[in-house]
Design a protein around this ligand. Structure first.
Ligand code: PLP
Ligand code: COI
Length: 338
């Protein structure tokens, strides 16, 4: 097998095996291993009509020591359970989730990028309503599956500054809607804004709170953070996905002696940040070099020397160092796969 580990896109790459379990007759069945990339669904499955579908995104990393580590799996498991409750799907038990991600890594070990290429093995757990309904009701049957794919950085800039566009004419999620759940509908709702943003030359868009359009919500498929006066600031909002990367950066920032503020962040505050960035499993930390307000034309500039700021750099090095086993994992975030 000849994989160009250094130049992997963030995309689908066929591996050997994926795993599946079905919830039928009121219980979860055994995990099945398959080589098939396809699933057969009833045409009236609730996932197809009523969006009963949730997913997760997590990464496994090969260290210099040859060991593979999965980062904070319990958090992704909890979030999938939260998403399931949010749209009335059957929850996946912890043990089933753990067995599934472990197997996918073990069975596809040759697809886990070797250490040192800036790539990772991305795991995609997926839960969907497979039972047939025509009335708007939750399904009685569900499929849980996990596949993996080797990936490079989500933004082609990697750890180099990206440009972001503020939009007001699209919302990703409503304040009392499904924004806090990782459900497909939120991503469908973001497609038009993201497509236009890319066509207009931006890596992603910055969504504002849907109600007042005053506060920063999140940055496409990533949370937003800003740094100023030795403080890590990140938006509090009832419509954003609680990022596990962001949660980790909050802990690392505190470890480094920074103050942390989780609160509403008004758009005008962008003027005052020394550094800003987007963070997520796929994005890792993407330093933001420029934010353009699509309506007012106002431009906010950062990274004047073309590089990420010192705090973002330190956070990035520490986070990625822990993930690949080079920095002590003192919070116990990694699960080592034998
Ligand atoms: N926000 C959205 C909308 C996302 O899709 C993601 C990706 O999972 C994130 C934030 C970042 O979350 P995490 O760090 O848990 O991957
Ligand atoms: C992730 O960061 O894992 C995501 O899910 C982002 C996007 C690719 C959906």
């Amino acid at each position: 097998m000849n994989i160009d580990w250094k130049n992997l896109p963030f995309g689908y790459f066929k591996t050997k095996y994926n795993v599946r379990a079905w919830y039928r007759d009121g219980q979860w069945g055994e995990l099945e291993v398959t080589e098939s990339e396809e699933i057969t669904l009833h045409m009236a499955a609730t996932s197809l009509h009523y969006g009963q579908e949730a997913f997760e995104g997590m990464k496994a990393f090969a260290g210099k020591d040859g060991k593979v580590r999965i980062f904070r799996w319990e958090e992704n498991c909890k979030r999938l359970q939260l998403s399931a409750r949010g749209i009335l799907m059957q929850e996946v038990p912890d043990e089933l989730f753990k067995e599934a991600i472990t197997k996918v890594v073990q069975l596809n070990r040759e697809f886990v990028p070797p250490h040192g290429h800036g790539s990772a093995f991305y795991l995609r757990p997926l839960l969907l309503g497979t039972g047939a309904q025509v009335g708007i009701q939750p399904a009685k049957e569900y499929l849980f599956m996990v596949f993996g794919t080797p990936v490079g950085p989500y933004f082609r800039e990697g750890f180099n500054p990206v440009s972001i566009q503020i939009v007001r004419d699209y919302d990703r999620a409503a304040p009392l809607g499904t924004g806090t759940y990782k459900v497909g509908g939120n991503y469908a709702a973001s497609l038009n804004a993201m497509k236009r943003g890319k066509e207009e030359g931006f890596s992603s868009v910055l969504f504002l709170d849907a109600k007042e359009k005053k506060y920063i919500d999140e940055c496409g498929p990533a949370n937003f953070f800003g740094i100023k006066n030795n403080t890590y600031v990140t938006p509090e909002s009832s419509s954003i996905l609680a990022s596990i990367t962001n949660k980790s950066l909050v802990t690392l920032a505190e470890d480094m002696g920074l103050k942390v503020e989780r609160r509403r962040v008004p758009v005008e505050e962008l003027e005052t940040f020394e550094e800003v960035g987007a963070c997520g499993t796929a994005a890792v930390i993407s330093p933001i070099g420029k934010i353009v307000d699509r309506d007012t034309g106002k431009i906010y500039s950062y990274c004047k020397d073309g590089k990420a700021g010192p705090v973002s750099q330190k956070l990035y090095k520490t986070l990625t160092g822990i993930q690949c086993g080079e920095v002590e994992d003192k919070h116990g975030w990694n699960m080592i796969i034998e």
